[in-house]
Write a protein of this length. Structure first.
Lengths: 366, 638
């Protein structure tokens, strides 16, 4: 399976950082779910399973040379588009949106997989495209279409959170490839009038309301504004050293929403204070910088594009989730990678880590 | 040259990694600065807020949408109701408070304690409803004693009002407090304990439309529960109203016609699938379900052998009996086993191998052709036919009629009925099909099962000669101002294509059933409209002519399906009387009464002045369509 020579090249820094965050996450989920009525297996135990499954997935991903992805990328892309369409046609409805596809043995969420596939697709596209001096307008047309199709399908579900993430990941990769100033200028000149026309003429009032709700949940949904206030109280009241493990009043009295998933960081901040947050943020910062470092060290363009994409994915998840918890961003259902409870997020993030590991291990192979 | 470019590009991208790293660092620094601001600079404020977390959420329930009939008559609306709620975080001594409340208001202490217990695990600032539907006197007492009752609140919630009492109770359904089970079901995440939700019928099927958006106020209160300020406020949005295809007048007459008999009736527009009447009898009082159900009423519902809570029109599955001969006849014509003049001799029974199949008429019908076989419901004719056809040819016609599967009415839990085939038996029981069973199937016995909706759809399909419309009960969704948001489309879900001549022969037979001497359905006859129909009597058990009379639950079901007017069909009706014994005697008169109510309603003299525009339209259509000069409807027109 895995080449012995590769094994000695395992990136222990990367593995160590990820496992540390996972363990902190499990500890935190234990605390966050103590006030819950638990039916069946406890959440923190389930999260342990997810971590193990995730690590196995990561190991599997890094055992295959990532270069084969280059050949498969467009196939993956096509398959995912097909699945996204299938979701809209025959998907499982839950929480007012259709995101899941029942494959008989298991349910999959194609929009989640799209995060990885868009990275691979863009890496392939920009790899075969070597132009010094930055991308011109005509160079970004195809990638723009490659992005617009799945993004539109995901928005249709509707899952604005994931759609936004897919777009942010893709834009980060374009930024890494580099744009000419003229391209940026054109982009701004086209987008602003188009947005204005769309807003004024194309969108119906209820659609506008939805967009406004998304941008500012405090506008209409009762819960969100209240939850942000409660989350800020939780984070703020943690103070310098925190209230202590399983001692956070905000979380133990259940003032927080989704406190083991999207608002897990809020529980952590309350119980471990600024010191704990500092530690967690440093670990995340190291993880992201290490991802970029892997991209830098990698000597082939496809690999470094891949590494940048995966790192961007982690980065945006972290920033949007933490930003939401501390009241910098609107409430969007974006989990904190490796830290929030949940299998889907764990698997996607671990596939990303597997790719990074893959690239890191093979940097000596040239 | 090319290589130099690649190297240059590589160097550039390494540089860009450095810039990206820098950006990442800055963003993380912003997060840290914000955390510093929250956790170090404002820590004391937030700590105080968390110690004394007195933010409170006061929900304001949305007014639920109304349900109207097709003419705009209100069937279900709202009236205000008060409930007693408590905010747990403001209560110091729970036991003392409960004792005080039950003393002041005379409410059951154990009941309130149980509700409180059930809401454990919810956020402490969220009000728990201790008693719903309390009286205005109770409200006054609570308000007078406000200071002694910290944390106790009166919530105003709209409750359902059923303008026509029990009318169409099964169709409308009722609402009730959301159950713990429903709270866990996906799709209801936004609901909280104590919220009302449609439990069944239209109330459930169109919950999302009717519910509206709940509103609420976020308040900051002091330690005594006094409101310091409103942090944010959102007003509830009224739910949309549902306009049904039901005609309340026809519905009312249909229900009256049933009296105390158990059964179901469905009346359907043959050229749209709109359901005009939807009866399941006996009914129940839906209003009791949203309040506190008196124990004795509940017990009487449960003990009633006629099962009043069951929606028989939707979920009742009955052997169709002789009404199914319509399908067998079409199969025979299609397979060229019979034509207009084919006759079989009925001696009162039919021998197949060692078994004997009896006709309902022991004396026999003599020489019987298709028309006579339908008119007098001769069984032997169909035994002969079935013997030649085999079960699968019959099933093919039934499936073309879309029988044996739910037809897709909007309501939940529509049953599928059953059309047996040889393959089905092999799969289900692992046994070979016996030819004798085919003979039972041919007369709608044996394993064949249909729901009343399917019966109505079957006869409507015969009436319009092969088009199967999706039966539906929702005409349109309107907003609170009465503006139409969505209109239901008439949807064709299948076609049963057979020669015009075949349909003509069957329909002629059905006309004879009601209008010719010797016809079994004479009791459905109307003076001014030509009605065609088919009776059915289906065995519940193979036990007959017991010396002491048959006990209720073993008596045969009585069925009748009909359509009218014969020349240009508008309406199809199916009636099932559980244990009503004879289709012609028990079910046909009810079908007749439903048809009469429908055609009476179309007469201009009785027309509502406030009737909607499309009702007028349909009347006009009728004027041109009704060719018979002797109908009184036209006479008034002239």
């Amino acid at each position: 399976m895995i080449d012995r020579r590769l094994l000695i090249n395992i990136d222990w820094v990367l593995a160590g950082l990820v496992v540390t965050v996972c363990l902190l996450g499990i500890l935190n989920i234990y605390s966050a779910t103590t006030p819950y009525k638990i039916v069946g297996t406890a959440y923190y135990i389930k999260q342990c399973y997810w971590m193990l499954v995730g690590l196995f997935v990561a190991l599997t991903v890094c055992s295959l040379d990532y270069h084969i992805l280059e050949d498969l990328s467009y196939w993956f892309y096509g398959l995912l588009l097909f699945l996204l369409i299938a979701v809209l046609v025959i998907g499982k409805r839950s929480m007012g949106a259709t995101r899941w596809l029942n494959l008989g043995v298991m349910n999959i969420q194609p929009s989640e997989l799209m995060k990885i596939v868009i990275i691979v697709t863009f890496a392939r596209f920009f790899n075969s495209f070597q132009e010094a001096g930055g991308l011109r307008v005509k160079d970004v047309l195809i990638p723009f279409c490659l992005l617009a199709l799945p993004a539109a399908l995901i928005m249709k579900q509707p899952d604005l959170g994931t759609a936004t993430l897919v777009i942010l990941i893709a834009l980060s990769m374009i930024l890494y490839v580099g744009l000419r100033w003229s391209t940026i200028f054109t982009f701004v000149c086209v987008t602003i009038p188009m947005a204005w026309v769309g807003w004024s003429f194309l969108l119906r009032p209820y659609q506008k309301n939805r967009v406004l709700d998304f941008l500012n949940p405090e506008r209409s949904r009762l819960g969100s504004g209240y939850h942000i206030i409660q989350s800020k109280i939780a984070v703020g009241s943690g103070g310098f050293a925190g209230k202590g493990f399983v001692k956070g009043t905000q979380s133990q009295l259940r003032f927080l929403p989704e406190q083991h998933t999207d608002f897990a960081f809020s529980v952590f901040a309350e119980e471990w204070g600024f010191l704990g947050c500092l530690l967690l943020i440093i670990i995340y910062l190291l993880l992201v910088l290490w991802g970029l470092n892997i991209a830098r060290r990698c000597n082939d363009r496809f690999g470094s594009l891949l590494a940048v994409g995966v790192t961007a994915m982690l980065f945006w998840h972290i920033v949007i989730n933490m930003g939401m918890v501390i009241g910098l961003f609107p409430v969007v259902g974006v989990p904190l990678p490796f830290f929030s409870y949940g299998g889907t997020s764990m698997i996607t993030s671990m596939v990303g880590i597997g790719l990074l590991q893959n690239i890191s291990m093979r940097r000596f192979m040239f | 040259m090319k290589e130099r470019r690649i190297v240059r590009e590589l160097l550039e991208s390494k540089q860009r990694i450095m810039s990206l790293s820098f950006v990442v660092g800055v963003v993380f620094l912003i997060l840290l600065v914000r955390l510093w601001h929250l956790q170090i600079l404002s820590a004391d404020d937030y700590h105080a807020m968390s110690e004394n977390n007195r933010l409170r959420f006061v929900p304001v329930a949305a007014s639920r949408g109304a349900i109207l009939d097709r003419t705009g008559r209100v069937l279900v609306s709202n009236r205000p109701s008060f409930s007693l709620a408590v905010i747990p975080q403001e209560v110091k001594d729970k036991e003392a408070l409960l004792t005080l409340l039950s003393g002041l208001l005379g409410l059951d202490r154990a009941d309130m304690a149980e509700r409180w217990e059930k809401s454990k695990g919810r956020a402490k600032y969220y009000p728990i409803v201790l008693a719903s539907n309390i009286t205005r006197d109770h409200v006054e007492i609570v308000e007078e004693n406000h200071l002694r009752l910290p944390g106790v609140e009166i919530e105003m919630k709209p409750v359902r009002e059923y303008s026509s009492k029990q009318l169409a109770a099964h169709l409308l359904g009722y609402i009730g407090e959301i159950s713990e089970k429903e709270l866990d079901v996906t799709g209801f995440e936004e609901y909280n304990p104590g919220d009302y939700i449609g439990k069944n019928g239209i109330e459930r099927a169109l919950e999302k439309e009717l519910h509206g958006g709940d509103g609420g106020r976020q308040l900051e209160v002091d330690a005594r529960g006094r409101v310091l300020r409103t942090i944010s406020e959102s007003s509830p949005t009224v739910g949309n109203s549902v306009v049904l295809t039901i005609d309340a007048t026809v519905q009312k007459q249909a229900e009256l016609a049933f009296g105390s008999q158990a059964g179901a009736a469905v009346a359907m527009d043959v050229s749209s699938g709109e359901i005009l009447a939807f009866v399941s009898n006996p009914g129940f009082d839906p209003a009791l379900f949203s309040g506190k159900m008196p124990a004795d009423v509940w017990k009487s519902y449960l003990d009633d052998k006629r099962h009043p809570l069951e929606n028989k029109a939707l979920s009742g599955q009955y052997p169709p009996g002789s009404t199914f001969k319509v399908v067998t006849a079409l199969a025979g014509l299609q397979d060229n086993r019979i034509n207009e003049s084919t006759s079989f001799n009925c001696s009162g029974s039919y021998d197949l191998g060692t078994s004997t199949f009896k006709c309902w008429n022991k004396k026999g019908h003599g020489s019987t052709n298709l028309r006579k076989s339908l008119r007098e419901s001769c069984d032997v004719f169909y035994y002969n036919l079935a013997d030649k056809l085999g079960v699968d040819k019959i099933a093919t016609v039934a499936k073309a009629f879309k029988l044996g599967a739910p037809l897709g009415v909007e309501l939940l839990n529509e049953r599928s009925g059953l059309i047996p085939t040889s393959e089905w038996k092999l799969k289900r029981f692992g046994k070979k099909w016996f030819h004798g069973e085919t003979l039972s199937v041919a007369i709608g016995q044996g394993a064949v099962l249909l729901t009343p909706i399917q019966l109505a759809s079957m006869i409507a399909t015969v009436a319009n000669e092969g088009t199967i419309y999706r039966p539906h009960v929702v005409k349109r969704i309107v907003d609170a101002d009465g503006k139409t948001l969505r209109e239901s489309k008439n949807e064709i879900i299948g076609t049963a294509v057979y020669p015009k001549e075949s349909y003509r022969l069957v329909k002629q037979g059905l006309l004879a059933v009601v209008n010719e001497p010797g016809g079994t359905g004479a009791m459905a006859r109307l003076p001014d409209v030509k009605v065609a129909g088919k009776t059915g009597t289906s065995q519940v058990v193979k036990l007959r002519d017991s010396k002491y009379g048959t006990p209720y639950q073993y008596k045969d079901h009585a069925l009748f399906v009909a359509f009218a007017p014969f020349d240009k069909p508008e309406i199809a009706v199916a009636v099932v009387i559980e244990h009503g014994e004879h289709g012609g005697a028990a079910a046909a008169p009810i079908a007749g009464r439903i048809l009469r109510a429908y055609f009476d309603g179309k007469k201009p003299v009785r027309k509502d002045v406030s009737g909607t525009a499309d009702k007028d339209d349909s009347d006009d259509d009728n004027d041109t369509g009704m060719k018979e000069p002797r109908t009184s409807g036209d006479a008034v027109h002239d």
